[in-house]
Design a protein around this ligand. Sequence first.
Ligand SMILES: [Zn+2]
Length: 342
Amino acid sequence: MVDSSTVIGHQKILDRLSTAISNGQNSHAYLISGPDSVGKKCVALYIASALNCETASQTPCGTCSQCNRISRRVHSDCETISIDVDGYLHGDGNKRTVITIDQVRKIIRECYLKPYEGKYRVYIIEQSHRMSEEASNALLKTLEEPPEQVVIILISSVPEKILPTLVSRTQLISLKKVNRLELQKGLIQNFQLEDTAAEELSKTCDGKPGIAVKMLNDEDYKKWRSDALDEVEFLAEADSYARFIYGGSLSKRYLKDRDALIAILTLWQEWWRDVLISSYGINNSIINQSRVDKISYFADRYGSTKCAQTLRILNSTMVKLQKNFNPSLTFEQLMLSMPSLT
Ligand SMILES: [Zn+2]
């Protein structure tokens, strides 16, 4: 099992953060934005370690008791707040789709207490664009007059959906995808991979270290990814009738778990980008290297125009779903308008 809290890439940002923190110039609130799996949570944990590390070094040592407990997620002053999807935290078993006012009230109550074991209390709020309006407003009041020794870190892949007055109270940290060679180097250094294994993995994860860590650690993720790629290959070859039936099942799955289906559609977009790139004969740039034979096969049969058309249709499907269009009609339209081989 590899340590999933290690930051890969983003070195300039880490240097700036650790210099500011060691000079006592940390912000009381950060907003870390960037694509999924790019390392937002790892950078948040890096900030928590830099604030609490026992050594005098400028960068967190990663080995002292504070750093160690933060990376193992057992530090009592470093708390991650996530959507209570099964209602466990609220104690009523009701599914939540937003960060609730109760969760923010708990932060507000605790943050005026002294840190228990470290120097700073750190609250990391995941998917912070999904805080309810009242939760956002409650948090805003705390950020207007932040207590000493408290740092609140918002994480979001859609920062434009966060209350602007909240955003204006934070220091912004915008993460971009990690350069492939930097990612490869990070995989060798941190996870002791062989050169060729690191190279292959770095190609697969599209600049997102979080995907690499999941591919190394998580058998369920590997199976999910493989199943989703099987599906898109099936659909690329299916006739209109099979696709139409499939559209109905996608709609049902979307209603059951919206985020899971969006993740699948995102992977399909990535796969179709690979087919488009392959249609130009540039196979060494494709992401899904383990599927290169099938990708070349479909690239030859579809050609670049149809691939580009499919990508446009998938993009517009994502936009419609974000705008809450009727999912059943949206998936039906997707299936009927994608170019086919037959
Ligand atoms: Zn340390």
